[in-house]
Ligand binder design. Structure first.
Ligand SMILES: [Fe+2]
Length: 195
């Protein structure tokens, strides 16, 4: 089994340049490559000598969630730009669920932004907890640290500096968050939520 790089149809965005997207897609391709490479390397070392390479194999396994989530999180991210910006459907199930917990749209955006402003590199994610029947906005360190077990992802915002440094300085992170949210196609999130 071999993971394939996904393609995304991303229109021209406001506040996020095509150069920024181009650079970022190349980074994404690197994660797909390394997911495949890691799996191949583990297999090769196991076939050669499981005992002798035990420490190396263990380290490669530890590395897997970094590369795998690096691949998958970017797929969630780039998908949100497909089809161009679409505001949340106010009468849709997702908007109503968010309103119940966070108040109106502006209050949700303010909360999502404040999580996005967390120090460090990682992701800000809107999850849905199907067991608790509640949404959560949470910070994910790197690509895999602090993930909430089994919670489907409704929206993922990349907060690594590579996601915005073609267009913004590190101190302008808040402007990138605004641009990300303004370019989000909320129909994609609504579909994820319905699923
Ligand atoms: Fe990224």
């Amino acid at each position: 089994m071999h993971y394939q790089e996904q393609t995304f149809t991303i229109p021209e965005l406001k506040g996020i340049s095509s150069k920024q997207i181009e650079v970022h897609l190349k980074l994404y391709a690197g994660y797909v490559k390394h997911v495949n490479l890691l799996r191949e390397n583990i297999h090769t070392l196991e076939t050669e000598d499981k005992e002798k390479h035990a420490y190396t194999i263990a380290e490669l396994r530890r590395r897997f969630s970094f590369e795998f989530n690096g691949m998958r999180m970017h797929e969630y991210y780039f998908q949100s730009f497909e089809g161009g910006p679409k505001a949340p459907n106010e009468s849709g199930a997702l908007a109503q669920t968010l309103a119940e917990k966070y108040g109106d749209k502006e209050q949700f955006i303010a909360h999502f932004t404040s999580v996005g402003m967390s120090r460090g590199i990682g992701w800000t994610i809107l999850y849905w907890d199907p067991m608790g029947k509640t949404p959560h906005v949470a910070w994910l360190g790197d690509h895999e640290l602090g993930t909430l077990a089994g919670l489907p992802i409704i929206l993922a915002m990349d907060m690594w500096e590579h996601a915005y440094m073609v267009d913004y300085l590190p101190a302008e992170k808040a402007s990138y968050i605004t641009a990300f949210l303004e370019n989000t196609n909320w129909d994609i999130s609504e579909k994820r939520f319905q699923k």
